[in-house]
Design a protein around this ligand. Structure first.
Ligand code: HAM
Length: 460
């Protein structure tokens, strides 16, 4: 063997790397103990099996329901220009003011000015940006859904994470395509009721409000400003600022001492103009006719600035403090605010983490266990067992494959532990005769089955 020599650059690197690795592995346990363990970032979490089976079960059901309502999937990037969120969600909202993960992103060139980017805290803004960028209005009404992670720097607790998942949908398009119709609002709400029912989630409450259009909002904001003027000095600093800059956001305040003041403020329901009132009446009428129950809540204004008219939340008692399982509403001026054409829209986002928490279904209940455990018996049998497993998997049979180093007892124990229905023994004898021992692990019954009939026997 030729050892590396001075000037032999490539080999020198190899030798150095080898020396480093050797010294790492040679560390005694005391040194290793000093090595700090790296954990998931606070507010983020790993989703592990079997729980992931529950997530997949939810997502498969959701995709089915979206399909039945003729929605199609959209995938947008998980980071966007910061301005997209400040212009849509609103500067004064908790999300933009306190919770976004924002960074200055500089390119590789020295001359690069850099740009402010943000991990998406929600996805309506991204979808509307994509709608404008790809001129989706040419297609009439767009009915889009998404499933994916969002990021908010909130205080973590049960049901509230810094990386969480939303299942959302947006219906957006030119008014001529029917995007402004109360029928769209009612259809979205009926879809959500269907979806929750399909998942077996029963004790939900739909809270419904109309927060009016830009005209109503101007009058309402003025009334709020007036009402807040004498009381704002007794409120928290955030509310003192909101009272001047964006009085509607006072309703996002969580400070207990401010609640008595907030309770006495004017209500948006008194400020709706005739078209908004009628729009809301029609939404309610359709909901009644399709049998979707709701509760009116004229304090529900939602924590994002883009909303107009219909606003809603579904709450669920079992979720504790974070009881909003989903929220949404109309955003008729959002496209224009982002530089696009008029494109009324309505949508929602379900907190998938909370949806999974509210499920009565257990992960074990939806987990697909192996149909068969193929046990190679004896040295040299791995390759034949692999061929057998490949044949069975082609028949949509879930196969777990053992190892030739296992004794029969260990294979059978492993198969039982995995919850497999059958164990299939692949020894030299079986391969030469073409007849295999198929053991039903629940009953203990064992049958001799020819190779060509194995799939049918397992599926039967
Ligand atoms: P949102 O109310 O901010 O609305 O969020 C929707 C849902 O996401 C909440 O009801 C909750 O279930 C879940 N969620 C929010 N923050 C967290 C968190 N930190 N941890 C776990 N779950 C959370 C929106 O995001 C709007 N984009 C919805 C929408 C779509 N409006 C119109 N179209």
């Amino acid at each position: 063997m030729r050892l590396a020599q001075h000037g032999d650059a490539g080999s020198f690197d190899c030798v150095a790397a080898f020396a480093l690795r050797s010294s790492y592995f040679a560390q005694d346990d005391r040194v290793k103990q000093l090595m700090p363990m790296i954990k998931a970032v606070r507010g983020t979490r790993d989703l592990l099996p079997p729980e992931t089976a529950l997530w997949n079960f939810v997502e498969a059901a959701v995709r089915d329901v979206f399909c039945a309502y003729n929605f199609h999937e959209i995938r947008t990037p998980i980071f966007e220009h910061t301005q997209l969120f400040s212009r849509s969600v609103g500067e004064e909202t908790d999300i933009v003011a306190k919770e976004m993960y924002t960074w200055e992103d500089r390119g590789r060139a020295q001359s690069d000015q850099g740009q402010s980017l943000t991990l998406r805290p929600e996805n309506t803004a991204g979808v509307v940006r994509a709608y404008i960028e790809h001129k989706l209005w040419d297609r009439g009404l767009s009915k889009l859904y998404y499933i994916g992670p969002q990021f908010r720097r909130e205080r973590p607790q049960k049901g509230r994470y810094r990386q969480f998942y939303q299942i959302g949908a947006e219906v957006i398009g030119p008014a001529t395509a029917g995007s402004e119709s109360p029928a769209r609002d009612a259809e979205i709400l009926e879809l959500l009721a269907t979806l929750l029912d399909r998942l077996g989630i029963k004790d939900w409450t739909l809270e419904l409000n109309s927060i009016g259009c830009a005209n109503d909002r101007a009058a309402y904001n003025e009334a709020l400003r007036k009402a807040l003027e004498p009381v704002a000095p007794q409120m928290c600093v955030d509310c003192q600022r909101r009272a001047v800059t964006n009085p509607l956001r006072v309703f996002d305040c969580k400070v207990p001492e401010d609640q008595a003041i907030i309770e006495k403020l004017p209500r948006i329901s008194e400020f709706l103009d005739e078209p908004c009132r009628q729009h809301f009446e029609q939404v309610k009428e359709i909901l009644k006719s399709v049998g979707v129950e709701f509760q009116l809540n004229d304090r529900l204004v939602r924590g994002l600035d883009y909303y107009t008219r219909t606003a809603f939340e579904f709450t669920h008692g079992a979720l504790g403090a974070q009881n909003a399982i989903l929220g949404g509403g109309r955003y008729d001026g959002l496209s224009e605010a982002l530089g696009g054409p008029a494109a009324p829209g309505i949508g929602f986002a379900i907190g998938e983490d909370r949806l999974v928490l509210a499920l009565s279904e257990s992960a074990e209940g939806v987990l697909r266990k192996p149909d068969v455990y193929v046990a190679p018996l004896g040295a040299g049998m791995n390759k034949d067992a692999a061929r057998l497993a490949r044949e069975l998997r082609r028949h949509d049979i879930v196969v777990e494959l053992g190892d030739e180093s296992f004794r029969l007892k260990k294979s059978l124990e492993t198969a039982s532990k995995l919850g497999a229905k059958y164990a299939l023994i692949a020894g030299e004898n079986e391969l030469s005769t073409g007849v295999f021992a198929l053991k039903n692990l629940a009953t203990g019954e064992q049958k001799a089955v020819p190779r060509t009939e194995l799939a049918r026997a397992i599926q039967g």
